[in-house]
Design a binder for this molecule. Structure first.
Ligand SMILES: *Cc1c(COP(=O)(O)O)cnc(C)c1O
Length: 808
């Protein structure tokens, strides 16, 4: 955006007057935010229209990224950066006596996601726009995003999230582009021209109304679209009939049921709920999204037979996997194509990303539920399954077991992972180890059956949000040191490796880290009245709370450190601050117990004057994208300690690396590729490796009690869970103790405990040597470019979607 400061100030004052009828003096922070936001939206509107026209005129292939979650965070600053307006805006507002940061902080996070999967979708949108890929998001406009977490008396309490309470200045509603989605009812088959036609009857219609949000590319004039669908009652015909019959209650009930479809985001990460309403949401998303894509495609005079040459649809996990039968339905029932042609198009159009190998996280729907809610869709899945089974039989005659293992419909369920594999041309995992596990273990039958279908696309993060936006001082230092070409080509960050021995440079990295820590110290002081020591090691674990992520291992280690300090008051440990941020799914009781444990230990430690200057533990409430942007730049140590094989990739790990934290890591997910990129001297690894874990799972020989009896350090912390050491009810943590000691405890907490302690001793030793720590920190930053999602998106575009950048 080429705009002078004077013009900007003038526009701002005008906009404030017309929108809010206020002068700068009278305006509240919200007034200023809404004004600046609508001004920015006005500025970008021209490019939004132009981008759409260009895609139309050049007939470029379009990508649609279907996801039940988009964890966007705040948008205003992101837009300002990508439009190259941040400085003008900051200076202009300054001259009007307005602090830009105060204005930016008014914006509520757009929190329509649980964690990594939703944030990945958001990073991908930013990258697609920034490298000029015609790629758009397709999701649900939940009225209530991910719940707000409060900690009360150490326990997690969930509060409703209300991001739409104030006006959402970014979205534009398009009622004229609404489509109808149909549930329930039955299917009638009619023979016409010698072929069967199917009609869905007695269905309940729901109106899907799109709201579009602009996705601004980085200084390239591209503006893509995130389209979110909202469910509304159909006003014409349907409820008038009901009203006419005097069936007021029935009409009201219909309204309520319809609106519930886009009412809330299910707060489950890695564990599907299996509820009817969730199934409705999933079909609502894919049916609305596909109908609108097909309708816009048909506005050009292209033949539906060429659909796959012009459209690519990606499904983010199996949640949108009904896109496969839904596209089949549209092509056959509405476009009148035969099965073979429709199937050929569908599998060419659709591609699928798998996000987990944990069996409890794999989606499946009870046959009866799917069949009654979506009768025509069920028929199509049934036929897909029939054809799959006979193809398997043909390739492996006589292998009944194999057919049974691979069937989409089996054991009373429809298995969405299998449907997704069969109905797409590409199945990718999200890090090398994960993709290998899919091919060699979890989905081996399918990998043998479709050898060319499986591939890897290691996750990435957008360096624009996770470095340029969240760490402006470091950004400036980097550009001052190596020029700013790295912003377009993040691999060029490697040039920083040459400065690893430059003490002045390393001193600057240290100072910047201290400044970022200061911001966090202020936040914690203000919100929790806990005084943090800025010279302590800030050790952060921020991510969803899940047993496999092993926050429990972390807190047990903290208990051990505390024991050491009490036992040996003169010991000269470097002061440590441990910081957690984590939400637990509301129904996941063990995860909630671990939150209570962290807070109870924090209470004990923070109130013990004996360790006052040495040890602090802080639990930050309501972890979110905005809080991540505050926490991550302030970290000295990043905790990435999942049980090996369980964390498909992780993306938090990459954000910390990019901001110069040193990672304490298991050899899981993308940690392995991080190590390969920066060398093992720049990361601290510990614990069981993949083959050892698989071996222990297969021979079931893990006996944690042996370790407990053998290692006094472990015995002590485990006993402290139930022996009145902690300020809590006596059996508050008995369940955790029992889980830890259970035969074949699946997360190997005690097994990895000793190695984890050693890793932390290494942290301490390294941190004491300021320059060797800063050198590692610089190497982490320098090697993080490979994890920019720009690179990930280039791979998806070339290998899977076959789309090109439209930038000249
Ligand atoms: C990046 C991110 C995540 C994912 O973190 P992992 O450590 O990869 O699980 C979750 N939540 C938020 C808010 C994030 O920004």
């Amino acid at each position: 955006m080429n705009i002078s400061k004077e013009k900007f100030k003038h526009d701002f004052i005008e906009q404030l007057m017309t929108r809010r009828a206020k002068s700068v003096k009278e305006a509240s922070d919200w007034d200023k935010y809404a004004t600046l936001g609508s001004l920015v939206r006005g500025y970008l509107a021209r490019n939004w229209v132009k981008t759409n026209l260009k895609y139309c005129n050049t007939d470029s292939k379009q990508v649609y990224y279907f996801s039940m979650e988009f964890l966007m965070g705040r948008l205003l600053e992101n837009h300002l950066i990508n439009m190259n307006m941040l400085d003008i805006c900051k200076e202009g507002l300054d001259e009007l006596g307005i602090n830009l940061e105060d204005v930016l902080n008014v914006e509520k996070d757009q929190g329509l996601g649980n964690g990594g999967l939703g944030r990945l979708a958001a990073c991908f949108l930013d990258s697609m726009a920034s490298i000029g890929i015609p790629g758009h998001g397709c999701g649900i406009r939940y009225k209530r995003g991910f719940f707000e977490q409060k900690i009360i008396d150490g326990y997690q309490v969930e509060m409703p999230e209300k991001w739409l309470e104030e006006e959402n200045i970014w979205e534009i509603k398009h009622p004229e582009k609404a489509v109808e989605v149909r549930f329930w009812g039955g299917v009638k088959a009619v023979k016409a021209d010698g072929r069967l036609e199917f009609f869905h009857e007695n269905y309940e219609p729901v109106l899907a109304v799109p709201y579009d949000t602009p996705i601004v590319g980085f200084k390239n004039n591209t503006v893509n679209t995130l389209r979110l669908w909202s469910a509304e009652p159909i006003r014409k015909n349907f409820d008038f009939n009901l009203f006419n019959k005097g069936d007021y209650l029935k009409a009201m009930e219909y309204n309520y049921l319809v609106e519930s479809i886009s009412e809330l985001l299910y707060p489950n990460d890695s564990h599907p709920e299996g509820k009817l309403l969730r199934l409705k949401q999933e079909y609502f998303l894919v049916s609305a999204g596909l109908q609108s894509i097909v309708r816009s495609y048909k506005k050009s005079d292209k033949s539906i037979k060429d659909f796959a040459e012009h459209v690519a649809i990606h499904i983010n996990d199996t949640h949108p996997s009904l896109a496969i039968p839904e596209l089949m339905r549209i092509l056959m029932d509405e476009e009148k194509l035969g099965w073979e042609k429709a199937w050929n198009i569908t599998t060419k159009v659709i591609s699928y990303t798998n996000h987990t190998i944990m069996s409890e996280a794999m989606e499946k729907w009870p046959i009866d539920m799917l069949k009654s809610l979506l009768p025509r869709i069920y028929m199509i899945i049934y036929e897909i399954n029939e054809r799959l089974c006979s193809a398997i039989w043909k390739k492996y005659p006589g292998e009944w077991d194999r057919v049974a293992r691979m069937a989409i419909i089996a054991d009373g369920y429809v298995k969405m992972t299998y449907l997704s594999i069969v109905g797409s041309h590409s199945v990718n995992g999200v890090a090398k180890i994960h993709s290998d596990l899919l091919k060699d273990e979890v989905l081996r039958d399918f990998a043998q059956f479709y050898p060319d279908r499986f591939n890897n696309k290691t996750n990435g993060i957008t360096h624009r949000r996770w470095l340029i936006q969240s760490n402006p001082e470091l950004t400036e230092l980097i550009s001052d040191s190596i020029g700013d070409a790295w912003i377009k080509h993040p691999r060029m960050l490697r040039k920083l490796l040459e400065l690893r021995t430059d003490k002045a440079f390393l001193d600057r990295i240290f100072e910047i880290k201290q400044n970022n820590k200061k911001r966090l110290v202020d936040y914690v002081g203000k919100n929790y009245s806990i005084e943090l020591n800025i010279d302590s090691i800030f050790d952060i674990q921020a991510k969803r709370l899940h047993e496999y992520k092993r926050q429990l291992l972390n807190i047990l280690h903290i208990m051990h450190l505390y024991n050491m300090l009490i036992e040996n008051p003169q010991s000269n440990i470097h002061p440590r601050t441990f910081i957690f941020g984590a939400k637990a799914a509301p129904g996941y009781s063990v995860a909630k117990k671990i939150i209570k444990l962290i807070n109870t230990v924090a209470d004990k430690i923070n109130n013990d004057i004996r360790v006052k200057d040495k040890l602090k533990v802080v639990f930050i409430e309501n972890y979110s994208v905005s809080l991540a942007q505050l926490l991550i730049p302030a970290a000295n140590v990043s905790e990435q300690i999942s049980t090996v094989t369980k964390e498909a990739s992780g993306t938090g790990n990459m954000k910390f690396m990019m901001n110069g934290a040193i990672t304490v890591a298991t050899l899981d997910g993308a940690n392995i590729e991080m190590l390969e990129e920066m060398g093992r001297e720049n990361i601290i690894t510990f614990g069981l490796e993949k083959d050892e874990v698989l071996e222990l799972y297969s021979n079931m020989s893990y006996r944690p009690k042996d370790i407990y009896n053998r290692d006094v350090r472990i015995k002590r912390v485990v006993d402290q869970l139930t022996n009145e050491f902690l300020p809590a009810c006596r059996d508050e943590f008995a369940e955790i103790r029992d889980l830890l000691l259970m035969d074949n405890e699946p997360y190997f907490i005690l097994k990895d405990f000793g190695a984890y302690l050693n890793a932390h001793e290494i942290v301490e030793t390294l941190y004491r040597d300021k320059y060797s720590w800063q050198r590692m920190s610089a190497s982490n930053i320098a090697c993080s470019g490979r994890f920019s999602s720009d690179e990930t998106i280039r791979e998806y575009s070339g290998d899977i979607w076959k789309v090109k950048s439209t930038l000249i």
